[in-house]
Design a protein around this ligand. Structure first.
Ligand code: PA5
Length: 365
């Protein structure tokens, strides 16, 4: 019997993040209903381009959506991480502010600038200053449940992002795709959840292959955002170094590094996320990349999501990655929930930092 089939091994997940994934279909329904009901007080005609502003576990929803819909976007959409907005963002730029806590200073700084530039805006948050500032300025805010780790509130960010962009005509109408995605989430929980034993559970099998090494997650086009999500989940849940890179770009640099990978190569576990929607050359690149890097890495795994639509396959791979990283935490005997280093950094910034944000002021930064 595998360790991951023993309740005492999974018990290190004290906050119950693994069990929490079981309610993802209900979370999806709640997030979808909230986003569909939110009153958007401006016309879609106003919006010429979109900035999705956020950091970390909140911003990843923007990556997932922009990479998934990239070739179907009807207007430019960019994910903004950081302080200064790009110079081109103006009164016809929709700012979608994603911050689980509503207190992240980079996102708050972006929010202040969006108000100054009189841009249309929408917020998604569990509270904090995003809710209060934006409430004061009449910006619609979708309030989502509190008390979660931001990275475990992904569906509360991702589903509204899809719904809002669909309602505003930035991406094609999504009703059928959302229905299929909901089914994919249910199937993924059944396939990868803790009750399914290791011999029939891809997530547990992957965790056993990845727990001792450094997962290097490679994506491309529709899977590019998923690769970043997996990397971040290994970092935060399993407290494990992990990195991601994107094809075809990595064919122009990263593959050379494995020619002399040395001791790092013994740690490197490459996971390649693919999708049938990818350009046909990507399939050839994946095959060639595998052959070229094989002597320099310890393991190479290629995965494809289950489902009939890109959004359904994305959901399958995202839920798979969540389970893999949580099982990996259990194998590494670490509680997946705390992220002490992030908390320490944010506390340090609060004591040394941005007084205007702490005072909740808006106005020029
Ligand atoms: O996973 C995390 O806790 C972080 O990556 C946060 O999401 C990030 O610091 C941003 O915080 P928030 O999502 O509250 O805006």
């Amino acid at each position: 019997m595998s360790e991951l089939d023993l309740p005492e091994v999974l018990a290190i997940d004290r906050a119950g993040l693994i069990d929490g994934l079981a309610s993802s279909v209900e979370t999806f329904d709640q997030a979808r209903a909230g986003a569909e009901a939110l009153d958007i007080p401006f016309s879609p005609d106003v919006v010429k381009d979109v900035l999705i502003c956020g950091m970390g576990g909140s911003a990843i929803a923007g990556d997932l959506v922009t990479t998934l819909y990239y070739e179907r976007l009807r207007h430019p959409v960019q994910v903004h991480r950081g302080y200064y907005l790009p110079g081109w963002a103006g009164p016809d730029t929709l700012h979608l502010l994603l911050s689980y806590s509503g207190e992240t200073e980079e996102t708050l700084t972006a929010a202040m600038q969006a108000l100054e530039r009189e841009s249309p805006a929408l917020g998604v948050t569990s509270g904090g200053k995003i809710e209060s500032w934006y409430g004061e300025h009449g910006v619609p805010v979708l309030k989502i449940p509190g008390g979660l780790q931001p990275r475990m509130a992904l569906l509360h960010m991702l589903v509204p992002t899809v719904v809002f962009l669909s309602r505003l005509g930035i991406i094609p109408e999504q009703t059928a795709d959302l229905d299929a995605a909901r089914d994919a989430i249910g199937a993924a929980i059944d396939a990868y959840g803790p009750d399914r034993p290791t011999e029939a559970n891809t997530a547990k099998q992957l965790a056993l292959r990845l727990a001792d090494g450094v997962p290097l997650i490679y994506g491309s086009e529709v899977t590019a955002g998923i690769a970043n999500r997996w990397k971040c989940q290994f970092n935060e849940n399993a407290k494990q170094p992990s990195f991601h890179a994107i094809l075809p770009e990595l064919n122009h640099n990263e593959i050379v590094g494995f020619e002399q990978a040395g001791a790092f190569g013994e740690q490197a576990r490459v996971v390649i996320l693919k999708d049938p929607r990818q350009h046909r050359q990507i399939e050839r690149r994946i095959a060639l990349t595998r052959d070229i890097i094989k002597p320099g890495v310890a393991d190479i795994i290629t995965l494809e999501g289950e489902g009939d639509t890109p959004l359904a396959r994305l959901m399958d791979l995202v839920i798979l990655g969540d389970y893999v990283s949580l099982y990996t935490a259990c194998l590494r005997r670490v509680d997946p929930e705390p992220v002490d280093s992030i908390g320490t950094l944010k506390k340090g910034l609060a004591t040394t930092g941005n007084q205007r944000l702490q005072a909740g002021e808006s106005g020029s930064i």
